[in-house]
Design a protein around this ligand. Structure first.
Ligand code: A2P
Length: 256
């Protein structure tokens, strides 16, 4: 089996000047777990140019969805941003990644912490009924500079709770908590600060974070992950893997 497949772009949505998402066809043989990523890209001068992208669509969706920034002069994203329905795109035949439910020990609350395009894997996870089977509360935190950067805001705040199939679970268990750092908004501040000073737990009506009840998935910049890790470890939590599940898992948000 070839490591890459040709898929067809079905739709493209530009959220801001710097942020867009697109949906593609999905080979029936392509399997992934919520939270995983795959390689995607374009053939340029006959050679595939590929980058890792978290899959934002649900594992049961007929299409695949990806969220991307437009890196100025970025080799791949400067081309991807011009994608249009009908265009071909390369998609890896395999998915991988660390943001897996099976790498977490059982708990009560699942915190999904993402900055920027680090939201993408969580868009898949919050559409997975298994998440709601395993946890009583799912807190999706999306940290951005400005309000306009909050991609999927109305989908998460309005459409998902009204979803015919997932709506009941989502209304009961999902808390969507967007937070903004560079302009006024109802929730303000970096995720790290909101964890460190207890604001996040307090705002969502949960006790201070602790090893017994709380599980975390993190997706953001290298620095964001480096800053969050000691906060979680300081609360007694340890990183998990499929062979040794723990209280948190970590994935770098991918950029060029
Ligand atoms: P800030 O505005 O204070 O830099 P970016 O657009 O650079 O990817 O950032 C997305 C969001 O992540 C912004 O709100 C930014 O806050 C925040 N952020 C950047 N670095 C960190 C970090 N080390 N820890 C937590 N949040 C961060």
């Amino acid at each position: 089996m070839s490591a890459l497949r040709n898929e067809i772009v079905r739709s493209v949505h530009h959220w801001t000047e710097e942020l867009f998402s697109f949906r593609t066809s999905r080979d029936k043989g392509f399997r992934f777990a919520s939270g995983q990523f795959t390689m995607i890209g374009l053939r340029i001068d006959g050679k595939p140019l590929l980058r890792a992208y978290s899959i934002a669509s649900a594992h049961y969706d007929d299409e695949l969805e990806f969220l991307s920034i437009k890196v100025p002069d970025g080799k791949l994203t400067s081309r991807l941003k011009d994608l249009a329905p009908g265009d071909e795109i390369l998609v890896g035949a395999k998915a991988t990644g660390t943001l897996l439910l099976d790498s977490l020990t059982p708990g009560r609350n699942l915190y999904l912490l993402g900055t920027g395009t680090g939201l993408a894997p969580f868009l898949s996870l919050v559409r997975d009924p298994d998440v709601y089977e395993r946890f009583e509360k799912v807190i999706l935190v999306h940290g951005c500079r400005q309000v306009r950067d909050l991609a999927y805001r109305s989908k998460l705040a309005d459409e998902l709770p009204a979803d015919e199939i997932l709506g009941d679970l989502v209304r009961d268990k999902l808390v969507y908590y967007p937070t903004i750092t560079r302009e006024p908004f109802k929730n303000r501040g970096r995720i790290t600060d909101l964890i460190a000073n207890g604001t996040l737990a307090n705002d969502v009506g949960l006790p201070p974070i602790g090893k017994q009840d709380d599980r975390f998935m993190l997706c953001g910049s290298v620095q964001m992950l480096a800053d969050l890790r000691p906060l979680l470890e300081g609360a007694g939590l340890s990183e998990g893997s499929t062979t040794a599940p723990g209280e948190f898992v970590v994935e770098k948000a991918f950029v060029e």
